[in-house]
Design a protein around this ligand. Structure first.
Ligand SMILES: C[S@@+](CC[C@H](N)C(=O)[O-])C[C@H]1O[C@@H](n2cnc3c(N)ncnc32)[C@H](O)[C@@H]1O
Length: 278
């Protein structure tokens, strides 16, 4: 696959939104953003039946391409709170015995799915910052006997693991939520062994989002506001020492009117990607 090389848009961190606000620079309020993200995903864990900007659960997973047999092999309670944006496990090509890290594991769908693929000789660690998601995933893990999975509290921008300790890093619908994507890719690259893979799904845009959208905590937490422009996103991956080898577009749709209109105007889209540690 041909990957377009562009200069990274460093204006996203902090985010420059000057023109239409009449100021020169504006930083995303990270504390407010984290509180909003935690608030939404706390509800996703506890009340998956609620109304959200985005789709949830097994119908979403099936539409994105998760095989029925795989979904049947993992706890239903995890899938009811599934909030991913694409299927990418086929790109990961996980093998028995491999060590996998799931960034922003939520209620555990992809961590459990990876655990099925790597078997009991392998291991999976899910890292997340929202207590309710971690607690739900851990309860399900204990009830369903996935002894080679564990869930750890942490931030994906500063991972609590040694370098080169994983064969594959996975993630679904999470990196767009981080205001420091450069740190996320740097950390993913650091914890991968040489030749290891980063296989993931995320939201990006064709055109740089407007300041109004970037500054909406609601849209950010709904996986729209934090989406990076795709060329800048590719450059962040390359700068972290990862070689982007595969990329495909997913059939992912937002539900709310504001998210849909941003999608049309800025070309917001979900991609599944595979990158390899150089
Ligand atoms: C859209 S949900 C996706 C969850 C899961 N990957 C799935 O597919 O169902 C985003 C998850 O990422 C977590 N998250 C967001 N930003 C994070 C960060 N900076 N560090 C750790 N976890 C984060 C949230 O707590 C939430 O559980």
């Amino acid at each position: 696959m041909e990957v377009t090389e562009t200069v990274r848009d460093s204006s996203r961190n902090p985010v420059k939104v000057g023109e239409d606000l009449g100021i020169t620079e504006f930083a995303v309020d990270r504390t407010a953003l984290e509180a909003k993200v935690k608030d939404i995903y706390r509800q996703v864990a506890s009340h998956p039946e609620g109304n959200y900007h985005f789709e949830l659960g097994r119908p979403l997973a099936e539409r994105l391409g998760y095989p029925q047999t795989l979904l049947d092999a993992i706890p239903a309670g995890a899938i009811e709170s599934f909030a991913g944006v694409g299927y990418f496990l086929d790109l990961a090509v996980l093998r028995q015995g491999e060590r996998v890290l799931d960034l922003g594991s939520g209620s555990g769908t992809d961590a459990f799915a990876a655990a099925v693929a790597v078997g009991s000789t392998g291991s999976v660690v899910g890292v997340d910052m929202t207590h309710e998601q971690l607690r739900k995933a851990e309860d399900l893990r204990q009830q369903s006997g996935f002894g080679h999975v564990r869930f750890v509290e942490g931030r994906i921008e500063k991972l609590p693991f040694d370098g080169a300790s994983f064969d594959c890093v996975i993630s679904n619908g999470v990196i767009n939520l981080s205001p420091d994507k450069e740190a996320v890719f740097r950390e993913a690259s650091r914890v991968l062994r040489p030749g290891g893979r980063l296989a993931f799904a995320d939201i990006v845009t064709q055109r740089q989002l407007s300041s109004k959208i970037v500054c909406s905590a609601d849209l950010w937490a709904a996986c729209v506001g934090g989406a990076e422009q795709v060329d800048a996103y590719n450059a962040l991956i390359a700068d972290s020492g990862l070689d982007l080898v595969q990329k495909r577009k997913n059939q992912y749709e937002f539900l709310s009117g504001s998210a849909r209109s941003a999608t049309e105007k800025y070309g917001v889209m979900s991609l599944s990607l595979l990158a390899r540690k150089v």
